[in-house]
Design a protein around this ligand. Structure first.
Ligand code: UDP
Ligand code: MG
Length: 330
């Protein structure tokens, strides 16, 4: 990175999506307040995006924001999901660089100074790559390992492996993400898509100390499907290819049947017939289903609904839902 001059970071936004995190928030506050003095010379704002929490989270956020003007809150009118919450945070963030952080402290804030160091050395995206991941089930570890590697091989070759949403992004990268209008947002994929200079810092992902994961298996699968389908039409192509193979096979079976018929060797053939009908029927339904998934996505995109609805903001300028914002605005 010798060609990039050193740049000093002047302001940083920490975007934190929160959904029913009443147990985690006191520890988060304590940890951030402990860490902030070490960010000498950098104006820091914390943007808590309350994703429709139904516990004491809104009250905690409001109390914290009342005491600290650098703590800003945007509260959704209901739960719109983690990726929508991150998108909202990025739109409200005014910093020269933005760090996305989970509220449960699984992503350690102590890594942020190292990320800032990389930014100042000229990188636009500094993502946290998990060296270890404690407290997760074997299934989650194995499925995540496989997911990132398959994604890189088949769908998105630049997607960093073993990296979640914990990352620092420069203002120009955040502006690119903010300009993307799509509804189904796999933010870590979009950040990789944006390009610029990207690098990783290694960290040990901690166990969730308070509360439970807000990502049960169903949500995880939806996120994985969003990741695949928003970057690739590979599944449709794959079923198309399998369909073609079946077509060729069916053609060969027809020729064979006609030859057998001409030779007078007609046999009952019940099993092969039933087998083929079931197989091809299943394949047809599955293919239509996969195409239907894409049509559904197109349907949702063309409606152009906002990604989220903000009910209330604290210490933030009232901006319209999804209103564009000036880069670097205070
Ligand atoms: N989260 C959110 N909306 C949701 C689910 C999760 O804002 O619908 C937040 C959650 O409060 C946390 C972050 O997203 O700050 C990551 O969620 P979680 O820790 O449950 O995911 P995991 O680390 O288990 O993958
Ligand atoms: Mg977590």
């Amino acid at each position: 990175m010798t060609d990039v001059p050193f740049r000093k970071l002047s302001s940083l936004s920490l975007v934190i999506p929160v959904f029913n995190e009443e147990e985690s928030l006191p520890a988060l506050r304590a940890e951030l307040e402990r860490l902030l003095p070490s960010f000498a010379g950098i104006a820091v704002e914390v943007i808590l995006v309350d994703d429709g929490s139904t516990d004491a989270t809104p009250a905690f956020c409001a109390a914290w924001a009342a005491e600290a003007p650098w703590v800003k809150v945007a509260a959704f009118s209901r739960n719109f999901g983690h990726q929508a919450a991150i998108s909202a945070g990025l739109r409200y963030a005014g910093g020269e660089a933005v760090v996305i952080l989970d509220a449960d402290l699984q992503d350690p804030p102590e890594v942020i100074p190292e990320m800032i160091g990389r930014y100042e050395a000229g990188f636009d995206v500094v993502y946290g790559r998990r060296r270890t991941r404690s407290g997760e089930s074997r299934f989650k570890l194995a499925s995540a390992w496989l997911f990132y590697r398959l994604m890189r091989r088949c769908v998105h070759k630049d997607l960093p492996v073993d990296a979640g949403d914990f990352r620092l992004m420069s203002r120009r990268c955040v502006d690119v993400l903010n300009a993307m209008p799509e509804t189904h947002r796999f933010m870590r994929g979009l950040a990789a898509w944006a390009g610029f200079r990207q690098t990783a810092v290694l960290y040990d992902r901690r166990e969730r100390r308070h509360g439970e994961s807000k990502y049960p298996l169903g949500k995880m699968l939806f996120l994985a499907w969003d990741a695949i389908s928003s970057f690739s039409a590979l599944p449709v192509r794959a079923v198309n290819f399998i369909g073609l193979c079946f077509l060729l096979f069916g053609f060969a079976v027809c020729v064979y049947t006609l030859v057998q018929h001409a030779a007078g060797h007609t046999v009952p053939g019940w099993s092969s017939l039933v087998g083929l009908i079931t197989l091809i029927g299943g394949l047809t339904i599955c293919s239509v289903g996969i195409i239907g998934e894409y049509v559904g996505k197109i349907y949702e995109e063309v409606k152009r609904r906002p990604l989220y609805v903000v009910e209330k903001t604290l210490n933030l300028d009232e901006r319209g839902v999804n209103a564009p914002r000036e880069p670097h605005a205070e």
